[in-house]
Write a protein of this length. Structure first.
Length: 458
């Protein structure tokens, strides 16, 4: 008697998994995953190439520049593209085209401001007598930032329209040009007897800028059909985005206290060489960014659509098989890395960063917690409670950064990663609790009532 409910439950789960694999989500999810394999694989290969060929100080400077670029992309995502992913799917086609048209102009201005601010930061480091390699890397980041943000905006428009195949076209162009540029820089240097003569942090970021400019041009042609090109810019869309995006911005800035703030603190307190150790260990588990970045870009509008169609109960049902696959991915790979750290470090870096074994074990835990927290926080956002996400991320991020700084002073790189692990674990636990409560509350009321209540709370 006791076994029958278990078999029924198991059969129901298999049926849901089968429905998931046969659905449009699985098909579009395949293209999204393929795209993220391409993008993350390209960034991964670039990082490995620099780590193996460049001096630790040069690689550390590149890590600082790349994390600054991620900071710029996160600001844009919070203010421009994440609100688009949540607020866009519920609009009729005509309004959505006008919405995208208005956001395109806002994105261009924002990218210009962010790139200019990064250029000023590069000048400040140079004028203050900081490491020249760091100021040069930040200069490369300023140039790359403008074009990378443009490319990413166009990708996100196509994700909102659930067109991941076209995103793949954009990213295939970017990745081929970027990697091709790095190979040219490497071979030029090798021909002169020094492989890293041209393969520097600054030149790597400038090669990224050239690739992103071409990919952004292609993206502009692909989104043309999805925006009303002749329509006037409607600032009400800007205000609507800001009403929602201000909470996401606070949320992201809190998150960045641990992510970007961590490597900035390590570089400032221990130097670029130790920042290279910090980043080289992280890069081993970096392939999990494929799921995190791709999942966030695709699952956000997908979850918003499920909520609009079936309310909280429909969203909960749709998420169950996704949660299973997600958990297996973000537990399996980190566990494998944590059990054999020296093997992975030797495979990636040929012995150059063998001292990073302890940091790598800790990074495996960080990425497990970070990955598992993605789904509950996506739920919180599509249920239109970015205010809660902001409050949690600001407080947890500040606590995590302070802990990272304190532990870096006493334990070095390992202390910094241990502080990050504590912060990410707390972030996961709070996210699970909030998502569970909000979904239960949403399931008790019709989708339309829930939507009005959520809009009234913003």
């Amino acid at each position: 008697m006791g076994a029958r409910p278990s078999r029924a439950s198991s059969g129901g789960l298999r049926a849901r998994l089968g429905a998931l694999l046969a659905s449009g989500l699985a098909r579009d999810g395949f293209w999204t995953a393929l795209d993220q394999v391409l993008v993350s694989g390209t960034n991964f290969a670039a990082g490995i190439l620099l780590a193996r060929l460049c001096a630790p100080e040069e690689y550390g400077a590149f890590a600082v520049g790349f994390m600054t670029l991620m900071l710029l992309a996160g600001v844009q995502r919070a203010v421009i593209t994440d609100p688009l992913a949540v607020l866009g799917p519920g609009r009729d086609e005509s309004e959505l085209k006008r919405y995208v048209r208005s956001l395109s102009q806002a994105q261009a201005w924002q990218a210009l401001v962010l790139a200019g601010a990064t250029g000023l930061a590069a000048a400040a480091v140079w004028l203050a007598g900081g490491p020249e390699v760091t100021s040069q890397a930040l200069f490369g980041t300023a140039v790359a930032g403008f074009f990378v943000l443009g490319q990413d905006y166009r990708r996100r428009v196509l994700f909102t329209k659930l067109l991941p195949q076209r995103v793949l076209w954009i990213d295939a162009l970017f990745c081929s040009l970027y990697l091709g540029g790095l190979v040219v820089l490497w071979r030029w240097g090798a021909a002169g007897g020094a492989a890293d003569e041209y393969l520097s942090a600054r030149n790597t970021l400038l090669a990224m800028a050239v690739a992103a400019a071409a990919a952004s041009a292609l993206g502009s042609s692909l989104i043309r059909a999805h925006q009303a090109a002749d329509a006037p810019v409607e600032r009400r869309f800007w205000r609507e985005n800001w009403q929602f995006g201000r909470w996401l911005l606070g949320d992201f800035l809190g998150f960045s206290l641990m992510v970007q703030g961590g490597i900035f603190a390590v570089a400032a307190m221990t130097g670029n060489a130790q920042a290279a150790v910090f980043e080289s260990a992280r890069l081993v588990v970096g392939p999990l960014q494929i799921l995190m970045t791709g999942g966030h870009a695709f699952l956000m509008p997908w979850a918003a659509t499920r909520l609009a169609e079936g309310g909280g109960e429909g969203l909960t049902r749709a998420l169950r098989p996704v949660v299973l696959v997600w958990t297996l991915a973000f537990v399996g790979y980190p566990l494998l890395v944590a059990l054999t750290p020296q093997l992975w470090l030797g495979l990636f870096y040929g012995g150059r960063y063998d001292s990073a074994a302890s940091a790598l074990v800790l990074w495996a835990g960080v990425y497990a917690a970070l990955g598992l927290s993605q789904l509950p926080w996506i739920v919180v956002q599509v249920l239109r409670r970015p205010d809660l996400a902001m409050a949690v991320n600001l407080s947890v991020g500040a606590m995590g950064l302070l802990l990272m700084i304190a532990l870096t002073q006493s334990l070095g790189v390992e202390g910094a990663v241990a502080g990050r692990l504590c912060g990410e674990t707390l972030h996961l636990l709070v996210g699970l609790g909030l998502a569970w409560r909000l979904l239960r509350r949403e399931a008790d009321q019709p989708a339309a009532t829930a939507l009005r209540a959520a809009e009234g709370s913003i």
